[in-house]
Design a protein around this ligand. Structure first.
Ligand code: SAM
Length: 260
């Protein structure tokens, strides 16, 4: 297992999936990114269409959109997340969804197998996505922007994509990687939103659920944590400023040979 998968397995074992009971009130100025992602993925579906979702974690987000497709495959590197996914699939009664323990870099699926590939804050592997998609197929990717939780990371002096805030926007890098692999980028949409945690305990729980602050430790990081809470507490709660994005891209359709 990679470090990443080990982290997510610990999360699944502690919280029963990729969601904790941390309470927050969220304010979405640009729309709720998960809702937009669901709408885009559902709009690309069809009764005979095949969806591949990479980095599916506990599968709950994938199960929400699965009825729009005839066959659905979710892949992840974390066995514990996939155990949760199997449970949620059984509860949802969606037998056309299968989950596989697999590195998305080597899906093992045939060329042109999928109509749509989705990755919701999961891995982005443009060459493999291009290979596994049929001509005309689409990829929908949700990523974490360079401004995400910036004030928190600055207070801790470390974190996911630390110090990338003045560089090239990460969504542009992703769009570039997809176009380098032969895709036509059709959407690049940013989402800035605020989460207001109801208590310090809620923010502490949340930081154990996500890899925003690598190796977050409540005791060792207490001084930075308290400093952050003191600086950002407002009437609504303890503010965490988020920045996500969605990039959608299409594999060009096959060109018919001309018979002139
Ligand atoms: C942020 S979580 C994704 C959450 C999920 N997509 C959702 O919407 O709820 C990232 C997941 O990607 C998985 N992952 C990371 N690299 C991977 C890879 N190369 N192949 C498959 N899964 C991977 C991790 O194990 C983790 O479960």
């Amino acid at each position: 297992m990679t470090m990443d998968a080990e982290f997510y397995s610990r999360v699944a074992e502690r919280f029963g999936g990729y969601r904790s009971d941390a309470r927050s009130t969220d304010v979405f100025a640009d729309g709720r990114p998960d809702d937009v992602f669901d709408e885009l993925a559902i709009a690309l579906g069809a009764p005979d269409a095949r969806l591949l979702d990479v980095g599916c974690a506990d599968g709950r987000s994938l199960l929400r959109i699965s009825r729009a497709y005839g066959a659905v495959t979710g892949m992840d590197l974390s066995p514990s997340m996939l155990e949760c996914a199997a449970r949620y699939r059984a509860e949802a009664g969606l037998p056309h969804v299968t989950f596989e323990l697999c590195d998305a870099a080597h899906t093992g699926l045939p060329d042109g197998y999928a109509d749509v590939v989705t990755s919701r804050r999961g891995p982005l592997i443009p060459r493999e996505f291009e290979r596994v998609l049929r001509p005309g197929g689409a990829v929908v990717y949700m990523g974490i922007g360079e401004q995400d939780a910036r004030e928190l990371k600055e207070t801790f002096g470390r974190g996911q994509n630390f110090d990338s805030w003045n560089g090239r926007p990460l969504s542009e890098e992703i769009a570039q990687e997809l176009s380098d692999a032969g895709f036509v980028v059709t959407r690049n949409q940013a989402f800035r939103f605020e989460e207001f945690y109801h208590s310090a305990g809620d923010l502490d729980t949340f930081l154990h659920q996500v890899p925003i602050i690598d190796t977050y430790d409540s005791a060792a990081d207490k001084e930075a944590f308290d400093r952050y809470v003191a600086a950002v507490t407002v009437d609504q709660g303890i503010r965490l400023s988020r920045h996500w994005f969605i990039v959608q891209a299409q594999k060009p359709a096959a060109v018919e040979p001309s018979h002139s």
